[in-house]
Structures are given as C-alpha cells and as structure tokens.
Design a binder for this molecule. Structure first.
Ligand SMILES: [Zn+2]
Length: 149
C-alpha cells in the first residue's frame, strides 16, 4: 500500500472517535475502523480497497456497510467521492479543491494542484447557467504502452 513509516505514525496519532464525535457522527465499530483507515491522512481509496483492508485486519464487514459509511462520511464533508473511474467509487480524504492523475494501469490516483492546471478557454454555459465547478482527471499509463481496452 501507500503507507510509509511516516504515514503510519500519523495514522496512530489520529483520534478517530473524537474526530467523528466533533462532526456529530455517532460512533459504531465500522465507522471507527473506516475513519482510522481513511481520515487520518490524505489518501484515495476505493470502497473495495477499504473493504479488503479491513478484512485483512480480521474485521468482518459487508460491502454495503462500507459503502453506507463512506457515503455518510462524504455527506458530512469528511470525504469527497470522486467521479474518476466508471468501474469503481473512489473516496478522497483530502477534501480541499484539487484535481487528479489516474494511473489506469495500476488503478492509483494522485493529486494535481489546482494551480498546476490552466484553462485557456471554457465554453459559455447554457443560457441562465453559471459554472459551479470543473473536474479534471488526467488519465496516465506507462510510456510506450497501448491504451487500455
Ligand atoms: Zn485527491
């Protein structure tokens, strides 16, 4: 996984129970586990990855519980659901505004700062509408490899 020794130290220091309580979320065991896994540091995980990680720790949890918990956290602004990959739901614990590289081969997301992207031109929104947000996903693959089928 993407967790180095530094990340583990931060992970250990993160108080998931206090964090959830501060956001008005009632504590349950799945919520605490998922918060500890995801919310202590910026990262991108799919619902499947969260389920697998918890099961590897020996915690029995259904996919439905993981989805419901991730959506609950997203509805409280603790996570952002990313529409980058039609095959799976990704959740980002960095809720500040930014864009993404999507490594289509390894299925990994990495952040792109807003300042790194410049829009030379956007179309006029339809009459009576204004632009609320723009999402950018830059799909990447190892050089020389053919596009994913
Ligand atoms: Zn991100």
């Amino acid at each position: 996984m993407d967790a180095g020794p530094e990340a583990n130290a931060q992970h250990a220091a993160f108080d998931a129970v206090s964090f959830l309580q501060a956001h008005g979320i009632r504590i349950t065991e799945p919520r605490r586990r998922i918060a500890e896994l995801l919310l202590g540091r910026p990262q991108h995980r799919s619902a499947e990855q969260v389920t697998d990680a918890l099961r590897r720790e020996g915690f029995r949890i259904s996919k439905a519980t993981v989805y419901n918990t991730l959506n609950l956290f997203a509805s409280h602004g603790l996570l952002r659901e990313l529409a980058v990959d039609p095959r799976r739901s990704w959740f980002d614990s960095n809720t500040s505004r930014h864009f993404h590289f999507h490594d289509v081969r390894r299925g990994v997301l990495s952040d792109v700062a807003v300042a790194e992207v410049q829009f030379a031109r956007l179309p006029e929104p339809p009459p009576g509408m204004e632009v609320e947000s723009v999402e950018v996903v830059i799909r990447v693959r190892p050089k020389g490899e053919s596009p994913a089928g």
